[in-house]
Design a binder for this molecule. Structure first.
Ligand code: AQP
Length: 331
């Protein structure tokens, strides 16, 4: 069976973009792939994290994944820092990747902003750690949102350069899996910006811990335009907020955008928003109940992560040893 690796950062409350763009797809891929799912805490610290909040977020993300249907017996769930393979391989890949390649990464430019000189070195070399995450398990497939496509292409370049430089056929060529209509959910306040944990506006995102009232309020307040809802995809042009809300509806109800256009086209935003809020609440409520139950037993969640880390080490350490041998390190 082919192997999947995918990760999610414990950088705050997960949002609907994380759920529809990543987590829900992971759960569905479990039938077809051997899955390694990782709470990527080493990635999180590329920007400042409060240690108490980081620990709590790591647990909460794990709880969200389990509550959403990640099968921790059949597959592997762990937090990255418990498996040292990732950091060691990232260092080795630092020596394979070219500066020019990293300089082209748009996510670094976006996250570092104007204050590039003050960004951490870790934020700059983040894509190498992501490549290490993937290659440490000889992963064949990676489910990614649109935002991660460039990093995955870099992983392929790094793997190919490694194979070429050492004259080996060691790393498989990793294939992206981009699924569904929710590959890029946008902010509720600005249809041109990605829904993100780090957006300063709480109203820009629906989180997986929001109450039903908060979800309904955020959707009611979501930015729209004065026109009625579009009835054709061509009418999305210049209306990013309308497009985003209709795509979210399609993703939540697991149907095509065309069906949503037929159902709501020509109607007013107010009735549509009420339906959308009901749908979001109905989808998230059972997951939230299970998350609350899991968060009341933090030791049990920690035990799942420890067990996953052991199984992740069992797979990745022998692969890393082969890589050390290829490099020519004495043992
Ligand atoms: N808005 C989104 N729409 C669809 N998918 C998304 N993902 C993130 N945002 C959206 C997908 O979620 C997975 C995990 O992402 P992450 O938490 O590791 O990092 P991120 O992509 O940087 O997410 P955020 O929310 O924007 O976090 P911050 O603000 O901390 O940087 C990935 O598969 C991603 O594609």
């Amino acid at each position: 069976m082919n192997r999947i690796f995918s990760g999610i950062q414990p950088t705050g409350n997960l949002h609907l973009g994380n759920y529809l763009g990543a987590i829900r797809n992971w759960v569905r891929l479990q039938d077809t792939y051997n899955c390694v799912f990782c709470v990527v805490d080493l990635h999180a610290v590329t920007v400042w994290q409060d240690p108490v909040e980081l620990r709590n977020s790591t647990r909460e993300v794990a709880a969200a994944l389990i509550a959403s249907g990640v099968d921790v017996k059949q597959h592997i769930l762990f937090n990255q820092s418990q498996v040292p393979t990732h950091a060691e391989l990232a260092w080795l890949l630092n020596c394979v990747t070219r500066m020019g390649w990293l300089n082209r990464m748009t996510q670094f430019k976006e996250k570092a902003g104007k204050n590039r000189e003050n960004a951490s070195v870790g934020l700059f070399s983040y894509p190498n750690l992501m490549a290490a995450d993937i290659l440490a398990y000889k992963t064949t497939h990676v489910p990614v949102g649109e935002d991660q496509k460039q990093h995955l292409e870099l992983t392929r370049d790094i793997a190919q350069k490694f194979n070429h430089d050492f004259g080996v056929d060691f790393f498989p060529v990793v294939e992206p899996i981009i699924t569904g209509v929710a590959t890029r959910i946008m902010s509720l306040r600005d249809g041109t910006a990605k829904m993100s944990k780090s957006d300063p506006s709480e109203n820009s995102r629906i989180t997986m811990v929001d109450s039903a009232e908060d979800i309904a309020r955020k959707i009611r307040k979501a930015k729209t335009d004065p026109l009625d809802l579009p009835s054709d995809k061509a009418e999305f042009s210049g209306r990013p907020e309308a497009e985003n809300l209709m795509r979210i509806y399609a993703a939540l109800s697991d149907c095509s955008v065309d069906k949503v256009l037929i159902k709501f086209g020509g109607q007013q935003f107010s009735t549509f928003k009420q339906d959308l809020a009901d749908l979001a609440v109905a989808t998230l409520a059972p997951i939230q109940d299970e998350m609350r139950r899991l968060m009341a037993e933090p030791d049990a969640v920690d035990a799942v992560l420890r067990d996953g880390a052991q199984r992740a080490r069992d797979i990745s350490e022998p692969i890393l040893q082969e890589i050390r041998d290829i490099f020519g390190f004495l043992r």
